[in-house]
Design a binder for this molecule. Structure first.
Ligand code: 13P
Length: 239
């Protein structure tokens, strides 16, 4: 069995009802194929709950505010996560950095706060197109900046390299580019490193075969459970 880590980011998709159906089908499918590696699932905040699954499905929050509770309209904190025993959080996603305007300082503050509370943190990094076009050294510098204030040796950190130009665009980074960028990132942290950006059933095996790729963080292609199960079956075939 492969030790690859797969994670599904639902973003602003699925309801509580459809998430329940999804988790039920995923659990049954994983059991049927004997898939025993962990699968992380990040449903929207309204669909968080403590699912009773036979397979190793780990539910995480796509975002949370660094507080137990308080006056932070529209946010959720530790009390809301604790209700469902959620101890995994996704931080630093480019959509939150670029659309919601989260600064590196704020992302790092969240990171430290959840690290202190022993959370598993899936931490996203990755460059926009203009930085990629400026060359490898510009990409390296950009990633170093996205790791500012981040304890990259934290034992419950999982890194995810998601080039912004490959997210939701159908443009997957080439295996060579993933290998080179992962090597750069591995020089900065020895924690597991996932690739994300237009991963789908047709390319997941090739991506997971890239040296230095420890798994994938999947958006669009994870939203249909059949597609997710198809990717898991390909992982299972991987050595
Ligand atoms: P896509 O798989 O839709 O490109 O999204 C990747 C992503 O942003 C996962 O966090």
């Amino acid at each position: 069995m492969s030790e690859k880590i797969l994670a599904a980011n639902f973003k602003t998709n699925h309801t509580r009802a459809s998430t329940r159906d999804y988790v039920g089908a995923l659990d049954a499918g994983m059991e049927k194929m004997g898939y025993d590696a962990p699968v992380y699932l990040f449903p929207p905040a309204t669909a968080l709950e403590s699912f009773d699954t036979r397979s190793d499905i780990r539910i995480g929050a796509q975002n949370a505010y660094p507080t137990v509770k308080g006056s932070f309209t529209g946010e959720i904190g530790l009390e809301q996560l604790g209700e469902f025993d959620i101890d995994t959080v996704l931080l630093g996603h480019s959509e939150r950095r670029h659309i919601l305007g989260e600064t590196q300082e704020f992302v790092a503050q969240k990171y430290s706060w959840f690290q202190e509370r022993d959370f598993t943190i899936v931490y996203c990094i990755g460059e926009p197109l203009e930085v990629r076009e400026a060359g490898d050294e510009a990409v390296r510098r950009y990633i170093v900046e996205q790791l500012e204030g981040i304890d990259t040796s934290y034992g419950k950190l999982i890194l995810a390299y998601e080039p912004v130009w490959a997210i939701g665009t159908g443009k997957t980074a080439t295996p060579d580019l993933i290998e080179a960028t992962h090597a750069t990132i591995k020089n900065l942290s020895d924690r597991p490193l996932l690739y994300g950006g237009s991963v789908k059933p047709a390319n997941i095996a090739e991506i997971l075969a890239v040296p230095g790729c420890d798994g994938t963080l999947i958006g669009t292609a994870s939203w249909e459970v059949e597609s997710m199960l198809s990717m898991l079956s390909k992982v299972k075939g991987e050595k």
